[in-house]
Design a protein around this ligand. Sequence first.
Ligand code: PLP
Length: 400
Amino acid sequence: MNRQDFPILDQKVNGYPLVYFDNAATTQKPQVVIDALTDYYRNINSNIHRGVHYLSQKATDEFEVARRTAQAFINAPSPQEIIFTRGTTESINLIATSFGKRFLHEGDEVLISEMEHHANIVPWQIICDEKQARLRVIPFDETGTLKMDEYEKLLSDKTKIVAITYVSNTLGTINPIEEVIRIAHAHHIPVMVDGAQAMSHIPVDVQALDCDFFCFSGHKMYAPMGIGVMYGKAKWLNEMPPYQGGGEMIKTVTFERTTYNELPFKFEAGTPAVGDAIGLKTAIDYVQSIGIENIARREHELLSYATEELLKIDGVKIIGTSQNKSAIISFIINGIHHFDAGTLIDQMGVAVRTGHHCTQPVVDHFGIPGTIRASFAFYNTEAEIDQMVKAVKQAVKMLR
Ligand code: PLP
């Protein structure tokens, strides 16, 4: 599906046609996004918001169009609630630091889940340490499904925020995020959603979800690296202190006192990634032209086929077998180290990821050092899955 839009896929690796199954780490970029970047640097490049000259105004206009496109994409109420960041990691660091400084006190609790990416663990640990608050963890069961009964039990008047992933990048689990938010809100607790693995697979409507914060990275949804979004309800963002100081985020500066700019600029210190934001806008338009439902349907077909075929191989075990899964398969092979298998699979042109995938607590849960992970995008094919299965079989034969 639309494979011809991705020129990078048309190459050989180690003498084999490239099979790119590392889409959860980053997706490839369609030609329209590459063209948008080139066009920006060829024709528009200028610093924004500060110049009266033509190029500066044009760059500013396009940057703000990108913001409104991101706003519409997640149905945020206002462009003021869309903060451009470098990606999910920076978005979560911003929220943890700024929300934490304002709202966390000694003895308070932050609730995350056992399946979080390190990007949604470490920033909270840092601020909890600083504030002498406590990080608490919702466990998952042996299939990789969140234990909702345990979740409810962990909520208390000490809980100041729930920060949780929509989709696990290692297990593929799609969490019942509406339910998670509904329950937290019944206790008057705000919820931050890590949407890094949800975008371009699941339609996101932050007003329908009613989440308080939502973070995502452009590069995992066909946009350039270096651009992401932090959505936050204005009622929180207005209360939170700035994350970084510098140009753009100020109204007035004297040596005695600085007053801060309005949203969203209060949280956008310094020169932003203008070209990348325009690339993000182009990627959003591209994804919408295909349709997220069509993308999800195709990826689900690939997930079902790959699951079936991998399980036919003697000794393969899938880690993450929740009912509701995104197109991510983590697996281990009995008696074979994931790194050795991954190296041999790569030699047959298949790009899979090996290791803990920045979710060390997830692999610890299963008592394993890591997994091999194949993650699909709509441009992948059944023939590529066959090539991976052949490579896995070959690796098993050589390593056993
Ligand atoms: N959260 C999840 C669930 C992820 O999968 C990732 C990246 O793999 C991140 C956060 C961090 O995203 P980034 O590296 O784009 O900041």
